[in-house]
Design a protein around this ligand. Structure first.
Ligand code: GDP
Ligand code: IMO
Ligand code: MG
Length: 424
């Protein structure tokens, strides 16, 4: 048995979708365990691109079971839109192979309004959320007033919970100068989706246990990245869920001993969307070069991603936080034609060198990166299919990362397509 967790090791958009797609061909079930449609996971197969926000990135591999676990916050409209889009491409999205946990919390229109209202009010101190209602939905879950997918089976319960919620939310929305919402229309709108949605409701933990009992492998698909984690990330510039590997168990209903292999996805440089500290950010021509060469524009919001050099300090932290057993290094091809490559190996903080992340709020914005320079490369590596095909300078860069992190780099991605992957 080798159940595998895929986790972003930086600030998201590392290429998790691509690696999940590849590994799903060897898995019986793929399950999302946190986040929602703030995620945008891209898969490219024979030149055709698919972007998924909620449905697991294993859906393109026929025969796999794709599940949305209890830890996810699910926007019912987005889920059904995604189902329709995939169905129109001839992909099987029937409830036989796609399921939602009855315990997953639903994102409702007032969550989106509150997310956007709060961001608008923050003016110069915006988090830069995706505006998808993620934070407010998790707030309701923690406050024990949330509406869960399984509630769709009981129209009276839906009506009651929405009218109770709006009593409070409308006070807040008015205070933010946002339009209040009508409980009846929110309820009717949701109940109209119930007949299409309820066939997907399932007991995710039992389905996964069944797969395990039959000797099948499970792939846990993380969203966001380790440094967007609500506890361990660059708080308050984080998302509202635990993004680290440990949550793969709690977010699906299996025990931690079910997690055998933890693969951290590491982009060969660093990107970040939204606000928050980013020590190796490049605000110069090199940053623009990475953005253009790497097509660094958000798969969810289309926002330009901030770009910078690889940061081994945050990555060492990710190795520990997630217990990484392997790394998949992505977007190595994007570094082509840079005269030299820099890796941040430590920080200078308060006049001293430190090789860990200072934990006080705001401290990471005050560190200065200490770089190690490695030679660049001019060769096009996007057609390399084996480790031995890669030029020496590229192998030196990869091996140096391996040394700094002390974790095996098991996959090297040299282009967006499924086929552009080297397995070592
Ligand atoms: P995710 O959120 O971690 O799944 O990543 P995204 O899909 O948001 O962003 C990754 C982007 O990089 C997508 O456009 C992918 O198609 C693309 N991509 C993934 N791996 C590679 C790679 O090795 N090289 C290049 N050039 N692009 C890649
Ligand atoms: P994937 O799975 C990159 C960022 C937002 C914002 C912060 C909080 O594609 O890697 P939220 O809407 O979650 O409350 O926003 O988190 N963010 C992501 N950044 N990739 C993602 O997902 C992200 N999901 C959220 O930009 O800074
Ligand atoms: Mg993404």
């Amino acid at each position: 048995m080798a159940n595998t967790v895929i986790i972003g090791a930086q600030w998201g958009d590392e290429g998790k979708g691509k690696i999940v797609d590849i590994l799903s061909a060897r898995s019986r079930a793929i399950v999302r365990f946190q986040g929602g449609n703030n995620a945008g996971h891209t898969i490219k197969v024979q030149g055709k691109e698919t972007i998924l926000h909620l449905i697991p990135s294993g859906i393109l591999n026929p025969g796999t079971l794709c599940l949305v676990g209890n830890g996810v916050v699910l926007d019912p409209h987005v889920f059904l839109q995604e189902v329709e889009q995939l169905a129109s491409k001839g992909i099987d999205v029937s409830p036989a192979r796609l399921g939602i946990s009855k315990k997953a919390h639903l994102i409702l229109p007032y969550h989106k309004s509150l997310d956007q209202a709060r961001e608008a009010k923050r003016a110069g101190r915006k988090i830069g959320t995706t505006g998808r209602g993620i934070g407010p939905c998790y707030e309701d879950k923690a406050a024990r007033v949330g509406l869960r997918a399984g509630d769709l089976l009981d129209a009276d319960l839906v009506r009651h919970k929405i009218s109770q919620a709006l009593e409070e939310k409308n006070i807040l929305l008015r205070a933010y100068n946002f339009d209040p919402l009508d409980a009846d229309s929110v309820t009717q709108d949701l109940l109209a989706l119930a007949p299409t949605l309820t066939p997907y409701l399932t007991e995710v933990e039992s389905r996964l246990q069944e797969v395990q009992n039959q000797g099948g492998d499970i792939l846990f698909e993380g969203a966001q990245g380790s440094h967007l984690d609500i506890d361990h990330g660059t708080y308050p510039f984080v998302t509202s869920s635990n993004t680290v590997a440990g949550n793969a168990a709690a977010g699906t209903g299996l025990g931690p001993s079910s997690l055998n292999r933890i693969v951290g996805i590491v982009k060969a440089y660093t990107t970040r969307v939204g606000s928050g500290p980013f020590p190796t950010e490049l605000l110069d021509d090199t940053g623009s070069y990475l953005r253009t060469a790497g097509h660094e524009f958000g798969a969810t919001t289309g926002r330009p991603r901030r770009c910078g050099w690889l940061d081994a300090v945050i990555l060492r932290e990710s190795v520990r936080l997630n217990g990484l057993t392997d790394i998949a290094l992505t977007k190595l091809d994007v570094l082509q034609n840079l005269p030299a490559l820099q890796i941040c190996v430590a920080y200078e903080y308060q006049g001293r060198r430190c090789n860990y992340l200072p934990q006080e709020e705001g401290a990471l914005a005050k560190v200065t990166p200490v770089y190690e320079e490695l030679p660049g490369f001019e060769d096009d590596i996007s057609t390399c299919t084996a480790w031995t095909d890669l030029p020496d300078t590229v192998r030196v860069y990869v091996q140096r990362i391996e040394e700094l992190l002390d974790v095996r780099i098991a996959f090297i991605s040299v282009g967006p397509d499924r086929s552009q992957t080297i397995e070592r």
